[in-house]
Structure formats: C-alpha cells, structure tokens
Write a protein that binds this ligand. Structure first.
Ligand code: F6P
Length: 321
C-alpha cells in the first residue's frame, strides 16, 4: 500500500519523530510512503516526495517538520476539495496519516466521511485535544516555560520587580498551569477562568507585605480580565480556520500591575520559543509510540480514527471524538 503522511497546523517538537516511526514500522509491512508537503496545501497542489528509510534516518531529535506545514483548509473551497480528492486518486494513496491538531484532524474526519482512509495523530503544544491525555510537543513546551521561569526568577528577585510571562496555548491553559507549577510561579492565569486585575494586584501586595518583594505571573495568551470580557488579540486578521492571533495580555497586565501596585513591572512573551527545537525525551518516546500505533492502525484497517494516549496506554478513538 502507498501511505501518505502529512503534518498540518503549527509545527511542534516531535513531528519528525512520528514520521520516522511510521516509516520504520511501516516498511516491515512492505508499505511505501509518500510525504505530502506543507500540510493540506500539498494535496491541493500535488506537491509530494517519496519517503524511504534513508529519508527518515536521523530525524528523531530534529525540531520542525521535514515535510513542512501550513494552516491551509482544503474544505474552504469546492475547487480545493476536488483537487485533494483527485490527487489522492492520482497518487494512489491507500491511506493518509494526518499529524495535526484540532483543525487538521477536523479536516481528516470530514475527508473520512467522504470516503478517504484517514488516520490521525494528535499533535499540539497546547494539549487541547479531547480523547487523549497528552499530545506530543506539550512536554517540550512546558520544559521551555520552566527553563524560562527559572531564569526569570533570579533577575526578577534581584530587581524586586513583577515579571509577567505570556505563554502559548490558544484557548487552553495547560501550558500555563504545567509550566507555572513547574517553575514556581506566584500567579497563573488561564483562559478557562477570567481573572480580576485587582485580585492579582492584591495578591502581589500581600506577598510584598510578607517580605517577598518580587512576583512572577504566568499568563496564558488566551487569559483575559473579567473587566475586558474577551481574549486580547494582535489584530483583526483570522486564519483559514477562523482563529484570531492571540497576544498582548502580558503587556497589558504588566502596565496595569505597575500602575496599581506602583511596583516596577516587566513582561516577556515566550512565543515560538515554546514550539521550536528538539523534543524532550518524553516527547520523542510519545511521538514514536503514536507513529508506530498509527501505521499499525493502517494495517488493521482502523480508518477514521486517531491514536490516543489514555492512562499511559496507546489506544485509538474515533476522529469525531
Ligand atoms: O496551536 C499552537 C500555537 O502555537 C498556539 O499556542 C498559538 O496561539 C498559535 O499556534 C500561534 O500560531 P502561529 O505560529 O500561526 O503564530
């Protein structure tokens, strides 16, 4: 069988480890592999490359994705959807393993309903996919946040400042909570629970009163104050899946805190540092387990499903879920 592999959405540490595992395990079933370039865009344009054992050798620690990625939504126009269906036929793809987050896997689910043999692998640093305990890439992002907080701790304390650290996660607070706990943050703000600026300032003042003259605040990019009533965005532009570019809560909070507490404040946006570079050992192992399971799902004809981690076992669940 000729199996297609694509990586879609924001890149994520461990993508290459999944690709490598799929190909290495799949060669034992005598499958051939077609790498689809730049996510769904590659299937619209017929932009592909063969993937051999040599092509995937050495990929385990590599960040990014050797296949490239994009946030293209092929279901947005009928012309693009038709091009995808035609190219699947032309390339002779018996199955497509789609490595992505909610958008990429949403498309995979719809294509399955249209008769394409899709299988999903849950990727995202945000860890915001249901039906799996952890997505690969999340652990690496949390490690970066922890590393950054350790460094910011000393400079924040030395200057007796408040440091607001804005982290990624879109509508989910997983990175903020895990990174914040691991890095010993004093305040953690998440999108799921709108915060009160006065309450945050009150807590910082309480710390000061008991001799802790510095504070570290971790704010998820989607966290927002009750008073504002909605997430803070960089501009009005939306991507192909209708997502706004989040960002600015760190700057906003640092200003508010300084104005209200009179304590000097700074902010740091960790941004794409959380997504780039080599995956942690945990993510390399998880990505490998997902890749092996995904190609075994192809062998077993388990299409329309996603590999998932549940109570430390790799299982599979329907893409719908
Ligand atoms: O979904 C992953 C993610 O890194 C989010 O945490 C973040 O909001 C978004 O992607 C940023 O996307 P881009 O790389 O397109 O700026």
């Amino acid at each position: 069988m000729n199996v297609g592999i694509l990586t879609g959405g924001g890149d994520c540490p461990g993508l290459n480890a999944v690709i490598r595992a799929i190909v290495k395990r799949g060669l034992q079933f005598d499958y051939e592999f077609t790498g689809i370039r730049d996510g769904w865009r590659g299937l619209i344009n017929g932009d592909t490359q063969k993937l051999t054992r040599n092509d995937v050798s050495g990929l385990l620690p590599l960040g990014g994705t050797v296949l490239g990625t994009s946030r293209t939504n092929p279901l947005k126009s009928e012309k693009d959807t038709k091009a995808v269906m035609d190219n699947i036929k032309k390339l002779g793809l018996g199955a497509i393993i789609c490595i992505g987050g909610d958008d990429t896997l949403g498309v995979a689910s719809k294509l399955f309903d249209m008769g394409v043999n899709t299988i999903g692998v849950p990727k995202t640093i945000d860890n915001d996919l249901s039906a799996t305990d952890f997505t690969f890439g999340f652990d690496t992002a949390v490690s970066v946040v922890t590393w950054a907080l350790d460094r910011l701790h000393s400079t924040t304390e030395a200057h007796q400042r408040v440091m607001v650290v804005e982290v990624m996660g879109r509508h989910a607070g997983w990175i903020a909570v895990y990174g914040g706990i691991a890095g010993g943050a004093d305040v953690i703000l998440i999108p799921e629970k709108p915060f009160d600026v006065d309450e945050v300032c009150g807590y910082i003042m309480q710390r000061k009163a008991r001799g802790k003259k510095f504070s570290l605040v971790v704010a998820a990019e989607g966290a927002y104050p009750k008073q504002v009533g909605g997430m803070i965005t960089k501009d009005k532009e939306l991507d192909a899946f209708g997502h706004a570019k989040l960002g600015g809560v760190g700057d906003f909070l640092a200003r508010e805190i300084e104005a209200r507490t009179k304590q000097e404040s700074r902010f740091v946006v960790l941004g794409h540092l959380q997504r780039g570079g080599t995956p942690t050992a945990y993510d390399r192992v998880l990505a490998t387990r997902y890749g092996v399971h995904a190609i075994e799902m192809v062998k077993d004809g388990k299409f329309g499903r996603m590999a998932a981690l549940q109570v430390n076992k790799i299982v599979d669940v329907s893409l719908d879920e």
